[in-house]
Design a binder for this molecule. Structure first.
Ligand SMILES: [Zn+2]
Ligand SMILES: [Zn+2]
Length: 255
């Protein structure tokens, strides 16, 4: 399984792209601005989109992706997997003919270029040999993470979350975890604000990493724009025994 980091930043600015991870060449996790760097051919190979939550930095490119691929998707629609409440928020607040056309009934209601599939944490789905599990997290809006496994190799992505037990319990319930992408958006000095916004800071993430029984490589995402170095260094100082990776757009992992 190959995972390509298209975007992993907490904001925009030169060299920064917001959240999007490509699994092999056909599954996209979140649809932030990193998707805009793919070639048209690479975009057209995406068959499934897993959405963690509805914040704009995670779905900013979805309206533009559907518009760009419109003619190609008419023969084989894109499938969006998400919590049911997230699906309704996306449909009602973006694809409402005012912000953007309703691609869920284009070109015709009976054969749209995109359709939703509602997922639940307790029910995995299987996409061409890859098992996908939705994982509970704790953010300021309904949100989830995902675990993806193929042939015994697995990685997980937290999406946006602050301290919680559910995410770590769900990871521990499986036998393996080779690679973990987890957010650490806020500096420790803004811990209270970060918790209010539903994000980790180094102190909280270091504490929660002790809950994990696996020893994966850990890639850090969503670092606040302009404070990437200091937040990552603070986290590293708190977890000296862990192999931490500061993710960059374009990073490719094979597990
Ligand atoms: Zn968020
Ligand atoms: Zn975010």
């Amino acid at each position: 399984m190959q995972i390509t980091v298209l975007g992993c930043s907490g904001g925009i600015g030169a060299g920064r792209r917001t959240t999007a991870f490509l699994v092999d060449d056909d599954i996209l996790i979140d649809c932030g601005t990193g998707v805009g760097d793919l070639s048209l051919e690479a975009m057209a190979r995406i068959r499934h989109l897993l959405i963690t939550h509805t914040h704009l930095d995670h779905i900013a490119c979805l309206p533009l992706l559907l518009d760009t691929l419109f003619s190609r998707l008419q023969s084989r629609p894109l499938v969006i997997h998400a919590r049911a409440d997230c699906m309704h928020i996306i449909h009602d607040h973006i694809f409402n003919w005012q912000i953007w056309p309703d691609f869920f009934e284009l070109p015709e209601r009976e054969r749209p270029v995109v359709r939703f599939h509602a997922m639940e944490p307790a029910v995995p789905i299987y996409l061409d040999g890859r098992r996908i599990d939705m994982l509970p997290v704790a953010h300021s809006v309904p949100a989830v993470g995902y675990r993806v496994e193929r042939d015994g190799a697995a990685f997980a992505f937290s999406g946006d979350t602050t301290s919680n037990d559910g995410f770590w319990d769900a990871l521990n319930a499986h036998d393996t975890l080779d690679l973990l992408f987890v957010e650490c958006a806020f500096p420790d000095r803004e811990q209270a604000l970060g918790q209010q916004a539903g994000h980790y800071c180094p102190a909280l993430l270091a504490r929660d990493l002790t809950k994990l029984r696996h020893a994966p490589r850990v890639g850090i995402t969503h670092l606040k724009s302009g404070e990437e170095d200091s937040v990552f260094a603070a986290l590293q100082a708190r977890v000296p025994g862990r192999e931490l990776l500061r993710l960059c757009s374009g990073d490719v992992f094979t597990i």
